[in-house]
Design a binder for this molecule. Structure first.
Ligand code: ATP
Ligand code: MEV
Ligand code: MG
Length: 404
């Protein structure tokens, strides 16, 4: 039975604990979802026949396409060749993207169109609006691209009546969406955004869920320095091509870090965890993916002696996390956050790791008043992250019936 409109999908961001960049080279890596920072996607009926509208206010982007023109395109993506996007498909989509000159907009629209043309071939609704709001910082290393890919893939599979709901399918398609945004992703971000929890990931293999013995106390800091994952991944590739032997040995060290990291998490070996965070950051710095703005966080945490800091995600700006050592001094931690926020204009987050992955909210499971409240979150472009959280965050007081 076709899902009734409107409905909402959601997917979390993530923190990579160990192994960003090396993950692209088939080395193992560890990531955990940050389920309190999420993307929410509303799919609603549009009052304009034969039109598909994208409304992405977080990046100030909206666009409309003619549904028939899109549905007339052939789905050309072949999963048997899933290492590559289809060049023919890209060519077909080119005219639909030609008016969009902003890169941020272009990547998001390409991801949307590529998934739409390949997933939504038998649409019951031909006038649809996709409104997206995220509480994640965009392009900051916390997997904003993967969370939008997962939310889009989940929504499109619902529109197609793919029953039973299958997370592996969502993951597979969101990986394609990530390729549209990143160029050459490992697949770690979409896997953890789809499945949630913490995962031990190796490209080309089944990932494993990982259970940490202890709760990890960490502070996430966003430098607000913009960067693009696609560009950073390409820089590392250029370095690899220039110095393959040297870079391979760094990647092998990163492999050892991730393997030791998995053991340390499972066994609750905090001391080793701290050492590995320091080593992994140093290795990433040697690949050229740190930034003076990230080093400032590391220097401050070292000076205050509160724990170890490592960039997370693609680096080059964006976020770092600091894992706090046992018995840390709360006054020093307060000073750490205050200095970062007041003197450097960074944003700090205290967040739990793990928690649910992608999820679905059906309108027929909501009363009228609640549905109206939710719709107003999407309609009002000025809604703050806090207001979004108050209503939509799974486990918030509204206790919405999210289906995982
Ligand atoms: N809320 C959003 N609305 C629209 N597009 C978004 C949103 N969040 C992310 N995007 C898309 O994802 C791109 C950013 O992805 P990118 O991979 O560079 O950063 P990230 O995923 O946040 O970090 P990392 O990949 O290191 O975890 C943006 O250029 C935009 O196209
Ligand atoms: C830099 C990278 O390793 C992590 C980005 O979050 C890229 C990827 O694995 O897709
Ligand atoms: Mg990304």
């Amino acid at each position: 039975m076709t899902i009734s409109l409107p409905f909402i999908t959601s997917a979390p961001g993530k923190v990579i604990l160990f192994g960003e960049h090396s993950a692209v080279y088939n080395k193992p890596a560890i990531a955990a979802s940050v389920s309190s920072l999420r993307t929410y996607l509303l799919i609603s009926e549009l009052n304009e026949p034969n039109t598909i509208e994208l409304d992405f206010p977080d990046i100030e982007f909206s666009h409309k396409w003619n549904t028939n023109e899109l549905l007339n395109l052939k789905p050309l993506h072949s999963h048997s060749n899933d290492e590559q996007l289809s060049e023919l498909q890209k060519d077909q989509l080119e005219p639909f993207l030609s008016e969009i000159s902003n890169k941020l907009h272009g990547h998001a629209a390409f991801c949307f169109l590529y998934l739409f043309v390949n997933i939504c071939q038998d649409l019951h609704h031909t006038a649809l609006k996709f409104t997206l709001r995220s509480t994640l910082p965009i392009g900051a290393g916390l997997g904003s691209s993967a969370s939008i890919s997962v939310a889009l893939a989940m929504a499109m599979l619902e529109l197609q009546d793919v029953i039973p709901r299958d997370k592996d399918q969502i993951n597979k398609w969101s990986y394609i969406g990530e390729k549209c945004i990143h160029g050459n992703p490992s697949g770690i971000d979409n896997s953890v955004a789809t499945h949630g929890g913490a995962i031990f990931f190796k490209k080309g293999e089944e990932f494993k869920q990982l259970r940490s013995k202890n709760k990890i106390d960490l502070i996430l800091t966003d430098t607000r320095i913009p960067r693009s994952t696609k560009a950073l991944v390409a820089n590392v590739k250029a370095l690899y091509d220039k110095e393959p032997k040297l870079i391979e040995s760094i990647l092998e060290s990163m492999e050892t870090v991730s393997l030791r990291g998995a053991d340390a998490l499972i066994n609750g070996d905090n001391e080793t965890l701290h050492t590995l965070v320091r080593i992994n950051h140093g290795l990433l710095t040697s690949l050229g993916v740190s930034h003076p703005g990230l080093e400032k966080i590391k220097i401050l945490s070292d000076e205050l002696g509160i724990g170890e800091t490592k960039l997370t995600g693609a680096g080059g700006g964006g976020c770092a996390f600091t894992i706090l050592k046992a018995g840390y001094n709360t006054e020093q931690v307060r000073l750490f956050k205050q200095t970062l926020e007041k003197e450097l204009n960074y944003k700090t987050f205290e967040t739990d790791l793990g928690g649910i992955g992608c999820s679905l909210l059906k309108s027929n499971s909501l009363d009228k008043g609640m549905l109206e409240k939710i719709l107003s979150v999407f309609q009002n472009k000025k809604t703050t992250s806090q207001e979004i959280d108050e209503i939509l965050l799974p486990n918030s007081e509204t206790k919405l019936p999210w289906i995982c």
